[in-house]
Design a protein around this ligand. Structure first.
Ligand SMILES: C[S@@+](CC[C@H](N)C(=O)[O-])C[C@H]1O[C@@H](n2cnc3c(N)ncnc32)[C@H](O)[C@@H]1O
Length: 207
């Protein structure tokens, strides 16, 4: 495997030295996209948040700042991501507001209806079976809870489709495909937004 493929493949599951480099760059590299995605949270209340595929944990921090009364569980199946997210959220962990866990979205280690907000930034491309994972998210959300997906690919842009060919197991989805899968597992109200000038999408699904 060439070095470029090896490095960009770290976005799927950061591991080892290259994974550490990748996770370090993701916190800054995805900040603008994530902040745009979070701007859709205006008017949505949350007290118990699951940040899924949390990577380096920057978005967990931002959510905890946005919701000062909330507690948050950040989860990722990469040990490298979990360690970085723990470092990023050290103060919130010490304050008892943040927990960082290693686990797979395909089988969430949480009770039914445990959260009122679940978020997924730049991660659903890699989830093993979209509907199985979405069903898990639906299970752990309270009725009326919200699931937010934010992707820098709208499933049609050339750059992402190029990466889809390079990174094994990556799949870029359109907002319509995500909507269909979300509704199939029980989300009722699904709204989507496309950035005016970039191929970024945010999907909000209410249970
Ligand atoms: C491109 S990174 C995005 C990280 C972070 N959300 C961000 O926006 O910077 C994708 C992350 O999703 C995680 N991930 C992918 N599939 C996962 C799964 N099935 N369960 C848990 N984490 C997963 C990867 O380990 C990686 O840390």
């Amino acid at each position: 495997m060439g070095l470029f493929k090896k490095f960009v493949s770290q976005t799927r599951k950061p591991e080892g030295f290259l994974g550490k480099l990748m996770v370090g760059s993701m916190n800054g590299g995805h900040a603008k996209l994530a902040d745009w995605g979070m701007s859709h949270l205006d008017g949505i209340t949350a007290t118990c948040i699951a940040e899924l595929g949390c990577g380096g944990g920057r978005n967990a921090s931002e959510l905890l700042k946005r919701y000062p009364q909330a507690k948050l569980t950040a989860m990722d199946y990469s040990g490298v991501s979990v360690e970085k997210a723990k470092g990023t959220n050290k103060a919130f962990i010490a304050a008892g507001r943040c927990t960082v866990l290693q686990g797979n979205v395909a089988s969430l280690p949480f009770a039914d209806k445990a959260f009122d907000l679940a978020t997924a930034f730049e991660t659903v491309y890699f989830w093993p079976s979209l509907e199985r994972c979405f069903a898990e998210v639906c299970r752990v959300l309270q009725p009326g809870g919200t699931f937010v997906i934010c992707n820098e690919s709208d499933g049609t842009d050339e750059t992402a489709l190029k990466f889809e060919k390079i990174i094994d197991g990556m799949k870029c989805y359109t907002a319509e495909q995500l909507t269909t899968s979300l509704k199939a597992v029980g989300f009722s109200d699904v709204r989507t937004d496309h950035h005016p000038s970039k191929p970024w999408i945010t999907v909000l699904a209410r249970k």
